[in-house]
Design a protein around this ligand. Structure first.
Ligand code: M6R
Length: 614
């Protein structure tokens, strides 16, 4: 995915755009570029690498000052991440500039046609074709908006485009299909961006653009039409967080801040959903109770960390709501002919609401007439628009690429949904649901307790910074936690890390154990005696073979002490809720280990915050 910013107003556009790019850099950091319109001329600057390189170039050679501009931060899809392929791209005459997020699937034929028509394309990107198509369409008449409409009609794939043209120096035009684009509405100035974070320092009034819409942005107004030119219905909203939420607030990394914010995020996600009568009220789900009673199967689709939340949801849904639940990687879902019907509830989990694999899975489920429920953190994103209902996680903006607070709040959301379905279907009595809800309400305090005791985990992480491999084991809901711990370590520390179901150990993975290999084991609560005792045996088995055991167990669990080289104690909580406390040490561990290795924790190599291409 990429980050896009557009601005028109009274201030120096370059400052607004570069500041916006800094807040969107989490979306891609292979290269960055800007275009400014000043005195009827287009000035562009672009550089491979992080935004700091572009800033350096702009300091060396500042472009003329203008009050209309746009900027782009890239996660490369077509063409290497170099200066030439960085956006903006311009046409042959240097009068049209365009930036893009997404993939234009028919770019090869468009490029061939343009080259045959005499255009000179200088990059290897799909985006550059759009600049030249716009050049032709602007020449054909009707202005930039009309030209954009005609060009969009020729494009296949996913795209958010923003373009400017010297012939209309007061206008920024945006087009949206499949990739996000929001408008920031200011006083005598307006903004366009992939995410409100880009303009939150200037305005909290936003307009959510829909699928296949074109926005005409001028300093004194915003007009939105569809690809056919008809006025479009848009949703205006007020962003309920401010600029401080999108800043590091004294922490070295966003990830550290986001880990620390987890007790608040968990509490906020519970807020307003529990009635004074002790019953759950999830009206936003917009799926009538009558239909929920008819549901006979739940399928959860998600990617990455959100998929791990889905795996934990399965245990809660089957246990509390008594419904069969499958969990599927969104990228695999539509390729396996899943059997769906109007009584299947598909739950899509996505922090960003923009992950293309999740969106495609949702569209596939819609075609099969299933009911659709989204769990999402970003207001105004695509996923909620495509589902029948949505439960928002109130984690606030998550900017570090590695997901932390979004994961914990996704867990809260799935617990709420599982308990709500149990309440509606009567698979748990009202007092049972209420008792569990009360325990959930105590979780922010428990997570806080974990955070207070993390210094030994940080020390441990630093001591392991030269290791090449770490394994993670868990059982029951501890298994997805093990997967999540391994994912965090891969993406941040670039280490080989694998999560296994502890019961699978003897079916192969135990062959990996060798002298000194660090193995993190997530131990279920003692109350789950069978599971607990089995994993204690697993710890003994790997220790006997030389593993260095790092054991996460509930406070006071003395039975694991003799076999733990390092013991990390977490507060005792019910089994199904345990991931809320056992995940946190693994986040801290990965973050500290990556820092010790000198990695950029917020922007790990090759990654972007959400994956908006398949
Ligand atoms: O925005 P989403 O929740 O749909 O993103 C899914 C994954 O791309 C995401 O969780 C990814 O795995 C994170 N970088 C993990 O920390």
């Amino acid at each position: 995915m990429c980050g896009i910013v557009g601005y028109v107003g009274g201030r120096p556009a370059l400052d607004v755009v570069v500041e916006g790019l800094a807040r969107l850099e989490y979306r891609g950091y292979d290269s960055a570029g800007v275009a400014v319109l000043a005195d009827g001329k287009l000035a562009t600057a672009k550089r491979a690498g992080k935004l700091v390189n572009l800033r350096g170039a702009l300091e060396e050679e500042p472009p003329p000052e203008g009050t209309l501009g746009m900027g782009h931060t890239r996660w490369a899809t077509h063409g290497a991440p170099n200066d030439r392929n960085a956006h903006p791209h311009v046409d042959c005459t240097g009068s049209v500039a365009v930036i893009h997020n997404g993939i234009i699937e028919n770019f090869a034929e468009l490029r061939a046609e343009l080259e045959e028509g005499g255009h000179r394309l200088l990059s290897d990107t799909d985006t550059e074709a759009v600049a030249h198509l716009l050049e032709d369409e602007v020449k054909a008449g009707g202005g930039l908006v009309e030209a954009m409409r005609r060009v969009c009609g020729r494009l296949e794939g996913a795209f958010t485009l923003v373009a400017v043209h010297t012939g209309d120096p007061d206008l920024v035009v945006g087009a949206r299909r499949n990739s996000p684009l929001v408008v920031g509405v200011g006083e005598g100035e307006n903004f366009l961006a992939s995410d409100v974070a880009a303009f939150i320092a200037h305005t909290r009034d936003a307009i959510e653009l829909g699928q296949d819409q074109i926005v005409e942005l001028r300093a004194d107004g915003v007009t939105v039409t569809d690809f056919e030119g008809r006025p479009a219905d848009v949703k205006e909203y007020h962003v309920d967080w401010d600029v401080s939420a999108a800043e590091k607030g004294g922490f070295d990394y966003f990830m550290l801040k986001e880990i620390a914010e987890q007790p608040r995020a968990v509490a906020d996600t519970l807020l307003g959903r529990i009635g004074t009568d002790g019953r759950l009220h999830l009206d936003e789900m917009r799926i009538p109770d009558r239909e929920l009673r008819e549901v006979d199967k739940i399928i959860i689709v998600a990617c990455g960390t959100s998929y791990h939340a889905g795996l934990i949801a399965k245990y809660a849904i089957e246990h509390w709501a008594g419904l069969p639940c499958e969990v599927e990687l969104a990228s695999e879902f539509r390729y396996r002919d899943p059997i769906l019907s109007p009584t299947t509830l598909v739950i899509a989990i996505s922090q960003s609401g923009e992950t293309m694999d999740a969106l495609m899975a949702v569209r596939h489920a819609r075609e099969q007439k299933a009911k659709l429920l989204g769990i999402c953190n970003v207001n105004g994103s695509t996923l909620p628009r495509e589902c029948d209902g949505v439960l928002y996680t109130h984690a606030g903006p998550e900017i570090a690429v590695a997901s932390t607070k979004a994961f914990l709040t996704q867990l809260v959301a799935v617990y709420l949904i599982a308990l709500y379905i149990a309440q509606v279907r009567g698979t748990k009595w009202g007092d049972e649901v209420f008792a569990m809800v009360q325990l959930l309400e105590r979780m922010p305090e428990k997570v806080e307790k974990v955070l207070e005791t993390m210094e030994p985990v940080r020390e441990l992480a630093r001591s392991l910074s030269n290791e090449r491999c770490v394994l993670f084991l868990g059982r029951h809901v501890g298994f997805p936690v093990a997967l999540e711990g391994a994912l965090k370590l891969k993406e941040l520390a670039y280490m080989h890390a694998e999560g296994f179901a502890a019961g699978e150990l003897k079916h192969g993975p135990i062959a990996l154990i060798e002298e000194g290999l660090p193995v993190v084991v997530v131990v279920p609560p003692r109350a789950r005696e069978v599971l607990h005792d089995k994993i204690v045996s697993n710890i003994q088995e790997i220790r006997a073979r030389g593993a260095r055991t790092i054991v996460i167990a509930e406070d006071g669990d003395e039975s694991v002490e003799p076999y733990a080289d390092t013991l990390i104690a977490v507060p005792a909580v019910p089994t199904l809720l345990q991931p809320l406390v056992t995940t946190v040490p693994l986040q801290v561990f990965a973050c500290e280990l990556a820092t010790a290795k000198g990695h950029d924790v917020d922007q790990p190599r090759n990654l972007a915050k959400s994956v908006t291409v398949e």
